[in-house]
Design a protein around this ligand. Structure first.
Ligand code: 6A9
Length: 805
């Protein structure tokens, strides 16, 4: 019932069987598309780590440290960590071709550049090259010594061997690893000698081990230890220190640059460490050549391609995301490129098992008062089992802190990505829907395998099959349908779209339909799972709603949190009640219904479409019926208490805006005026840095954890800008007001993210409504990058504001 493990292959065969020229072309394009996605820096948890989209295969990673003293243990860089660097990330990156990352490492006095370039060709997904450059920073000692380690590991079937003589003191010139795996075929991996000086010394250890040679250590270790390559390196350094240092006694120890080197032992193995020690600046290449490609990659090829990839990226970027007035100065384009490149350069491929509690414990029914205590006890019984393994191709919220897939974040990530590369987007959506279970559930947080788990405290690892998360991927599918419609409306557009957004196989309408036809049953499965498992108990409400059954409640709440809603600590009804109805959830079901109805129409599923239309109508009705508070002039959560059935719980903030943010409030709705007032009121949501998550006038503003209780979040602000634009562009009673709010909010958001980025070198998880400063997670390259789209939205002021904001 899931997608076949190799849908591309299946489709290819199906198409070839039809022997149509067009279909064969589509299959060809699909192969090219798939090949160009095979390799990438798909280990975004590392500063630089390369792997293919293959569960168990060849992986690589980079480590470096200064070797000036004996603090090396603390300055070796490998996994992304917060607050150790002065900024890092992709300045320019395209998943199909490659790009450039720069890393500023003050403690090691060095700036590192990693350029990664793909070379198509051959039967096994092509070749690639990486150029690693080190440039001492201004405050570096004149003879700064740096050690750099590139490693490769091999999992699964195949072999990997480092060429060279273990009797030598080290390798002169280039180092070559030869290998083969079933998926990659035969290949060669070359670490070039590169450029740069090497430390020299009169110390006798330099006779034994001159540092102008490259050290290669190959070994075979248990496969489950392979991801801990830094520990492997440290163990090998220690073994060598124990051997080397005692030789010279305490009176004459070798200098640090010599002490922290591995023993040279090239050979067969599943892990190969390649170490170089430099003085001052350096540069070397890592060249992976598939044997089936016409020729092996050389450093000259890499130089040529780096230039062409860089200029290709700039041209495409300008076409798709050129910032509009007033963001016309060069600096905004640089900023926008960096944010977008980090979003797309953060895409990873994950593979492994995950912890799921399928106990179906009766406490998880949450049907009595005090349910959260019983549920907490059930969770504490800790009966989760390992499931899988499964694979996921996805973008991530933050490389240092959350380097893994989050369901509702991904819908936001893909909104800019779908403008850039439709096929890539559809591939990622497919990967997420591959994770669906028989009931229709997709886990909110994808913590696949031990490496991913090592970043998460145990109590947060378990996923529960009755927990939901906003179905934002449906928004992306809607955006895809918009593109298909645009092509249909103007067929001359087809070519333009194809070129502009890698609309490759999908420029072909049949292929687009084929994709949707395969996805549709999975979308339906999730849709009905949502409606069933998150249904609200609306029997208690004496409302028209009784007959339409449209009211919803997030499962898995505790008194202080509804993590599943995504708005973790946003204030809700107190105490929790099984009869609660959540406004944000009915809004999400609303947008999901609209989207799936549109797909059903597209696929001529007439009966389905009629059924969805009914639900949509009922949802819109019940929003007003169950959730509108005339007194507060706002949409609100609802609950049952001892005195009052259908008591409305109005904590003004993002939740109150949800029907509007999800496009369920018509431009002529009599309620829209009040919603826009709430948005524009400085004592409520409006701040000069963006919309606050919770009203400034709320008794809970900035209280407790203060996570979703005031700070500004870009995902919700993006939805607001988009909906305001929508109202501003059509005739209606609120058009003028919406236009003003749109114009001001757009400027405020861009200025806020830009100023923080300029000052700190990073995008942040959220922004402070009083100061505009970025806060919480540093290098949050996920939905904060929606500002890229906000910049490229139209100026509605006729150019009145120029540049300076
Ligand atoms: C817990 C801590 C080293 C919280 O961006 C991902 C999510 C959002 O989906 C959600 O809406 N973030 C937001 O409220 C971050 C969640 C991180 C949980 C990780 C373990 C790791 O300690």
């Amino acid at each position: 019932s899931r997608w076949a493990s190799s849908p591309v292959r299946a489709l290819t065969f199906a198409l070839i069987a039809q022997l149509s020229v067009v279909d064969a072309q589509v299959a060809e394009i699909e192969k090219a598309s798939n090949d160009s996605l095979l390799w990438g820096p798909y280990r975004p948890n590392l500063y630089f780590g390369v792997r293919p989209r293959i569960p168990k295969s060849l992986m690589g990673g980079l480590l470096w440290s200064k070797v000036e003293d004996h603090t090396v243990q603390h300055t070796f860089r490998h996994t992304c960590e917060q607050h150790e660097l002065d900024g890092y990330g992709w300045d320019e990156y395209d998943v199909r071709t490659g790009g450039r990352q720069t890393i500023h490492d003050p403690a090691n006095h060095i700036d590192i550049t990693t350029e990664f370039i793909k070379f198509p060709g051959g039967q096994h997904g092509g070749s690639w090259g990486a150029r690693i450059k080190g440039t001492p920073r201004a405050d570096a000692p004149p003879d700064l010594k740096t050690t750099v380690v590139w490693y490769n590991t091999l999992e699964g079937l195949g072999s990997l061997q480092a060429e060279g003589d273990a009797e030598e003191t080290g390798a002169e010139g280039d180092v070559v690893l030869k290998g083969m795996t079933p998926e990659l075929g035969d290949f060669e991996l070359k670490v070039t000698e590169g450029k740069g000086d090497h430390p020299q010394s009169n110390h006798p250890s330099f006779q034994e081990k001159p540092l102008d040679r490259t050290l290669v250590a190959s070994s075979q270790i248990p496969p489950e230890a392979l991801w801990q390559s830094k520990q492997v390196l440290f163990a090998q350094l220690k073994a060598e220190i124990d051997q080397l240092v005692p030789k010279y006694g305490e009176e004459n120890p070798p200098p640090p640059a010599q002490v922290y080197t591995i023993g040279h032992a090239p050979g067969q193995g599943n892990i190969h460490l390649v170490q170089k020690v430099f003085e001052r600046a350096f540069e070397f290449d890592i060249l992976f050549s598939s044997a089936s490609a016409p020729t092996p990659i050389t450093s000259e090829d890499l130089t040529v391609q780096i230039d062409s990839v860089t200029s290709g990226f700039s041209t495409r970027f300008t076409e798709i995301f050129k910032p509009q007035t007033p963001f016309v100065k060069e600096r905004y384009e640089e900023f926008s490129k960096s944010l977008f490149s980090n979003l797309i350069g953060g895409i990873g491929y994950f593979y492994g098992d995950s912890r799921v509690d399928r106990s179906d414990d009766p406490a998880y029914e949450e049907d009595n008062e005090g349910f959260w205590e019983d549920a907490a006890e059930a969770r504490a019984r800790n009966v989760a089992q390992l499931e899988g393994p499964s694979e996921l191709f996805t973008s991530i919220p933050s490389r240092p802190f959350f380097p893994r897939g989050f369901l509702w974040d991904e819908g936001f990530h893909l909104l800019p990505v779908v403008d850039w590369d439709v096929d890539l987007t559809l591939d990622i959506i497919k990967s997420w829907f591959n994770l669906i279970d028989d009931e229709g559930w997709i886990a909110r947080e994808q913590i696949l395998g031990p490496e991913a788990r090592s970043k998460v405290p145990e109590e947060f690892q378990v996923q529960y099959p009755h927990y939901a998360n906003p179905p934002t991927l449906f928004m992306v599918i809607t955006s895809f349908l918009d593109k298909l419609d645009a092509v249909k409306a103007d067929t001359s557009n087809e070519r333009v779209l194809a070129e502009k957004s890698y609309f490759m196989q999908l420029a072909n309408r049949e292929a687009a339909l084929e994709y949707l036809r395969k996805l549709y049953p999975l979308l339906k499965r999730q849709y009905f799972w949502f409606r069933k498992t998150q249904a609200g108990d609306i029997k208690s409400y004496e409302r028209e709603a009784f007959s339409t059954k449209e009211g919803y409640r997030w499962r898995g709440r505790t008194p202080q949190h509804i993590l599943t809603s995504g708005l973790d600590d946003y204030p809700r009804a107190q105490p929790p009640h099984p009869g609660e109805l959540h406004l944000d959830l009915i809004s999400w079901v609303g947008i999901m219904t609209k989207s799936i109805r549109r797909i059903a129409v597209y696929l001529d599923e007439t009966d389905d479409a009629a059924q969805f239309a009914k639900s949509e109508e009922a949802i819109i009705k019940n929003l007003d019926d169950l959730h509108w508070s005339a007194k507060n002039q706002a949409y609100c959560d609802a609950t049952i208490d001892d005195y009052e059935e259908n008591k409305l719980v109005c904590h003004k903030g993002y939740i109150s805006l949800m029907p509007f943010l999800t496009g369920l409030v018509d431009k002529d709705s009599p309620k829209l005026g009040a919603i826009l007032d709430l948005i524009g009121d400085e004592d409520e949501l409006w701040s000069e840095h963006g919309l606050r998550s919770l009203s400034k006038s709320s008794e809970f503003y900035h209280t407790e954890e203060d996570y979703w209780r005031g700070p500004i979040w870009m995902n919700m602000n993006y939805l607001a800008v988009q909906q305001l634009l929508n109202v501003a562009q059509q005739k209606g009673p609120q058009q003028a007001k919406a236009k003003q709010l749109y114009t001001d909010l757009r400027k405020n958001l861009v200025r806020t993210v830009y100023e923080s980025w300029k000052e700190t070198g990073f995008a942040w998880e959220q922004y402070n409504p009083e100061t505009g400063k970025g806060q919480r997670t540093q290098h949050f390259t996920g939905w904060t990058s929606l500002v890229v789209k906000i910049m490229s939205m139209p100026d509605l002021e006729g150019g009145r504001t120029r540049d300076e904001l």
